[in-house]
Structures are given as structure tokens and as C-alpha cells.
Write a protein that binds this ligand. Structure first.
Ligand SMILES: C[S@@+](CC[C@H](N)C(=O)[O-])C[C@H]1O[C@@H](n2cnc3c(N)ncnc32)[C@H](O)[C@@H]1O
Length: 267
């Protein structure tokens, strides 16, 4: 065998090995590029303003509605926690809520004549606060009732007729598995001209009982289809940092809105 042929025979497997390795590395790098650019995007590392889904993300891990409800009940029915809520926490929370509601009264967003609902009120300190400052026709709903302050009800399907309330307050938006139903039910049960006050956390993630993460006010504004924003301000409310207030459109305003959206449609 000539030297040249022998060299070729020795080098051939080496070149095949190098080529296969290159193809393997190329496939791996393409796969990882596709994965990064389509599905997996770590939540915390992104700037909040450019967060996927416009700043609202439903958490995974609730495989059925029953599992979601069960997760909520596990905490709300915990006997040790319930004892703390109705003893140590009771007065402290009423005082903080009363300050928020007094401020809303000063801004003419709430009055003693308002019929008020607190959504996700647990043992009802917010209801007790409303009553203490003179808003006597107030009640709460929660999965677990706490009579007489809180009646049983799922906020995805409120147990009230259309246009029942002048004022609704909630600090549990993050517990909504279906945010559009949560908001839709508030808008359904508010009277035209009624006010909804939400306390939400934009700058921190809540505990494992939350069902969604909100990163900006924009998704809320989009969800409230029959209302206008009254104000957005920073607050310090039991870990929640932002107060967003909406007013449901009057019938007149809603008619005008529909008329102008028809006019703007291409004929
Ligand atoms: C963080 S706690 C807030 C309690 C109360 N607002 C407070 O500040 O003391 C959340 C509450 O939302 C209630 N909740 C969760 N999912 C609910 C649902 N689908 N319908 C009604 N209440 C719900 C829970 O039972 C729990 O009492």
C-alpha cells in the first residue's frame, strides 16, 4: 500500500468523527435557540413593561377548577390562621382599611349611602371598617362565609343581581384564576356610575395561593371594558402597593361609546 493511500485510510474515520460531532453540536444549538425564542421565558428576569401577555400572567399548576378552589380553602379554613385573623389582626386591619375608605369618602368616591361589596373579604375586616366609618349597607363575599359580615360566594360568579352595588372593593385580584370573569362580575354587579377600588401588587410576587401575577396597570384597564380609570396611586396596604380606581360608565356614556365605535368601523 502506498503511503498516500495509508494516510487516507487512517484519516477517513477521523474526518467522519469530526463531521458527526459538528452536526450534533449544530442540532443541539438550534434546538436550544428555538426553545428560548418560543416558549420558555423566565418571569423575573424580564423588564416589567415588556412582560409577556401585556403584564398579566396566569400561574400554571392549577390542573382543575376544583384544585384551584381547594388551594384557596386550605389557607382560608386553617383554624390556627383563622384564630389569628379574628384576634391579633382584627383591630389593626380594620384601622388600616378605615383610613383607606375615609380617604375615598373625601374624594367623593364613597358615601354613607353607598351600598358596598368587598370581594374576597375572608373574615371581613374591610366590611367592618366600612361599617365603622358609616357605610352601613356593606357586605363581603368569600368562598368561606363569616356571618354576618361575609356571605358565601365565588367572585368568578357573584351571587348578586346586575347593578346591585354603588361601591366594590377588593384586594384579591391576584387570586383570580379567570381575571376577565373577576372583572366582568364586578362590572355586572356595579350600578352605572358605581366605583370599583382594587389594591394590587405590581412590584412583588404574592404567595403560592395567588393564581396570577400582575406586572402593570395596563391589563386591568383593558379588562374593565365598561369603566374608566379614576386614579392610580401608590399605597401601602398589607403588601399591596397600588390602588387603582375605576368608575363604571353611566348608561348615557356607554351609549355614546358604542355609537362612536360603530362610526369608527370601516363601512
Ligand atoms: C389574601 S386573602 C384576603 C383576605 C381579605 N381581603 C383581607 O385583606 O384580609 C384572599 C381571600 O380570597 C378568597 N378567595 C380566593 N378565591 C376566591 C374565589 N374564587 N371567590 C371568592 N373568594 C376567593 C380566599 O378565600 C381568601 O379569603
Amino acid at each position: 500500500m502506498k503511503g498516500n493511500q495509508r494516510n487516507q485510510l487512517i484519516l477517513k474515520p477521523f474526518f467522519i468523527f469530526i463531521s458527526l460531532t459538528c452536526i450534533f453540536l449544530l442540532v443541539i444549538s438550534l434546538q436550544s435557540h428555538v426553545r428560548n425564542s418560543t416558549t420558555f421565558q423566565p418571569l423575573v428576569k424580564q423588564p416589567l413593561s415588556s412582560h409577556p401577555a401585556g403584564g398579566l400572567q396566569i400561574r400554571s399548576g392549577f390542573s382543575s377548577y376544583d384544585k384551584y378552589i381547594q388551594r384557596q380553602l386550605n389557607k382560608t379554613l386553617n383554624p390556627k390562621l383563622r384564630k389569628v385573623w379574628i384576634t391579633r389582626d382584627w383591630e389593626r386591619k380594620i384601622e388600616v382599611f378605615a383610613r383607606f375608605f375615609t380617604d375615598l369618602k373625601r374624594k367623593n368616591l364613597l358615601s354613607n349611602d353607598s351600598k358596598a361589596l368587598c370581594v374576597g373579604a375572608r373574615v371581613g375586616q374591610e366590611v367592618a371598617a366600612l361599617q365603622r366609618i358609616g357605610v352601613s349597607d356593606s357586605v363581603g363575599i368569600d368562598l368561606v362565609p363569616y356571618p354576618p359580615l361575609v356571605v358565601k360566594g365565588d367572585f368568578h360568579n357573584q351571587p348578586f343581581r346586575n347593578a346591585t352595588f354603588d361601591f366594590e372593593f377588593s384586594n384579591v385580584f391576584d387570586h383570580a384564576l379567570y381575571p376577565s370573569k373577576f372583572v366582568g362580575e364586578i362590572e355586572r354587579t356595579l350600578k352605572p356610575g358605581g366605583v370599583c377600588v382594587l389594591h394590587v401588587a405590581l412590584s412583588r410576587r404574592a404567595d403560592k395561593y395567588s393564581a396570577n401575577d400582575l406586572y402593570s396597570v395596563a391589563p386591568l384597564v383593558e379588562l374593565f371594558q365598561e369603566s374608566e380609570v379614576v386614579h392610580v396611586r401608590t399605597v401601602d396596604g398589607f403588601g399591596l402597593d397600588t390602588e387603582v380606581v375605576f368608575r363604571k360608565n353611566t348608561k348615557e356614556k356607554e351609549k355614546q361609546k358604542q355609537k362612536s365605535s360603530h362610526q369608527n368601523q370601516p363601512s
